[in-house]
Design a protein around this ligand. Structure first.
Ligand code: ADP
Ligand code: MG
Length: 261
């Protein structure tokens, strides 16, 4: 069965989409069958995967509303080597339409059940909010990957997110766990970043990934070429970090599975 990981942080611009795209491509590169679900109406993961969001007739919106199945709507991110369930502005309306429907928090989970065994990893790139869309991501997932910038308010935001994860665990998805915290856009010359990073390790210990993603312009440039940075410029410092993270994610996964229940 696939390992389903939601990439979540209610803050925008922390690297959720960059992480989703590059981790999907990096794991595909080392032979992992991977599906990336774009769950943000902005459709950045879709565009960054080289798929034109405006040309996507059917998207994750149709899946959530029960108007189509993932197997018929997913497409191939050719350069990235993974499958993509695209998103575009249609999804912005889903939030309101879902409220009327039954099992509104678990619609993605139900849909994923039909294709899950075709993959080793499924990543869900969530929007910058703790909305019904993100809730669908958290219910469908087994674990949460939290990208964060090491800045002053980051820890405060993190406690809100941890609270949400606890509520989801109590009510909707008892097995949900934190896969890991990822430091993104990291600048080791910044004293505050070092302090926040230390606090993060003190609080979350092993949950903090050893791999750290530096601020690197190649990661920001790659989306405009519709190619994940790890393929477009694999030697760049940013790509190297995501390639290392993929190994770390895989390693944790193997250790997790080997551990007795
Ligand atoms: P989110 O999905 O959390 O909103 P993004 O992944 O879209 O965040 O990143 C926000 C912006 O920062 C984008 O323009 C992206 O290209 C850029 N970016 C992301 N990670 C890095 C990084 N490590 N170094 C430099 N720019 C980055
Ligand atoms: Mg995003």
């Amino acid at each position: 069965m696939a390992r389903v990981i939601a990439v979540v942080n209610q803050k925008g611009g922390v690297g959720k989409t960059t992480t989703s795209v590059n981790l999907s491509a990096a794991l595909a590169r080392i032979g992992q069958r991977t599906l990336l679900i774009d769950l943000d109406p902005q459709g950045n993961a879709t565009m960054g995967s080289g798929v034109d969001k405006r040309a996507a007739a059917r998207t994750v919106y149709h899946v959530l509303l029960g108007l189509g199945e993932i197997a018929n709507i997913r497409t191939r991110a050719e350069r990235g080597g993974y499958d993509l369930l695209p998103a575009n502005r249609d999804l912005a309306g889903a939030e309101i339409e879902l409220v009327e429907l039954q099992n509104r928090e678990s619609r993605l989970k139900s849909a994923l059940g039909a294709v899950e065994n075709e993959y080793d990893f499924v990543f869900i790139d969530c929007p910058p909010s703790l909305s019904l869309l993100t809730l669908n991501g958290l219910v469908a997932a087994q674990s949460v990957l939290i990208p964060m910038q090491c800045e002053y308010y980051a820890l405060e935001g993190l406690s809100d997110l941890v609270g949400t994860i606890k509520r989801v665990r109590a009510n909707l998805n008892p097995n949900l766990e934190i896969a890991g915290l990822l430091r993104t856009m990291y600048d080791a010359r910044n004293t505050l970043a070092l302090q926040v990073s230390d606090q993060l390790e003190a609080h979350f210990g092993e949950k903090v990934y050893r791999s750290i993603v530096p601020r690197n312009v190649r990661l920001a440039e790659a989306p405009s070429y519709g190619t994940p940075a790890v393929l477009w410029d694999p030697e760049s410092k940013g790509s190297q970090a995501y390639l290392a993270l993929a190994e770390e994610v895989l390693e944790r996964e193997r250790v997790g599975r080997a551990a007795p229940a």
